[in-house]
Write a protein that binds this ligand. Structure first.
Ligand SMILES: C[S@@+](CC[C@H](N)C(=O)[O-])C[C@H]1O[C@@H](n2cnc3c(N)ncnc32)[C@H](O)[C@@H]1O
Length: 151
């Protein structure tokens, strides 16, 4: 995607990415949000934010069995518009930091995760609160959030 997402700020360093691929992912659906641009997105999801829809491909719908009893889920998604080559990044108004010291979408494998509040399950669609991704972001996994992971 041609945009200023590819520009480099003072203190940022990049790497030339190797050709080789170590693994492949299967996108299992997509996420519908009201966020059409990066500026629209919150920096992180908020249960006071808008309802969003996690749309699972029909093939995987049976894999939702039992999920309606869950209150919190972990939604994993592929931040498909992020560059992947930065070693250090300079968040606005801050000093440079290593990519792995940040939750930035820019990382070698741009996996995002949000803990969401499940409002309801409508067939292969989960209606949730707490997402921070662009409309159309590919879905890669859903896991229940278990109590011992909180706090
Ligand atoms: C800071 S990341 C955090 C993602 C996730 N909550 C996490 O902690 O892993 C969220 C930001 O990623 C950006 N973003 C959202 N959807 C994206 C997408 N599909 N591709 C690239 N960047 C995206 C937006 O700027 C959003 O504010």
């Amino acid at each position: 995607m041609a945009s200023n997402w590819d520009s480099t700020r003072p203190g940022e360093t990049e790497v030339t990415l190797p050709e080789a691929q170590d693994a492949w992912l299967r996108f299992i659906g997509r996420i519908e949000t009201p966020f059409e641009t990066r500026d629209d997105c919150p920096r992180r999801g908020d249960f006071d934010g808008p309802e969003c829809r996690v749309i699972l491909d029909a093939t995987w719908a049976p894999a939702l069995q039992g999920i309606e009893r869950r209150d919190r889920l972990e939604i994993y998604y592929w931040l498909n518009q992020a560059r992947r080559d930065l070693l250090t990044q300079t968040p606005r108004g801050q000093q440079p930091r290593g990519t792995f010291d940040l939750r930035s979408p820019v990382r070698p494998n741009p996996i995002g995760m949000s803990v969401v509040k499940l409002l309801r399950c409508e067939g292969n669609v989960l209606v949730v609160l707490g997402l921070d991704c662009l409309n159309g972001t590919p879905l890669i996994d859903i896991k229940p959030r278990l109590c011992h992971q909180d706090g």
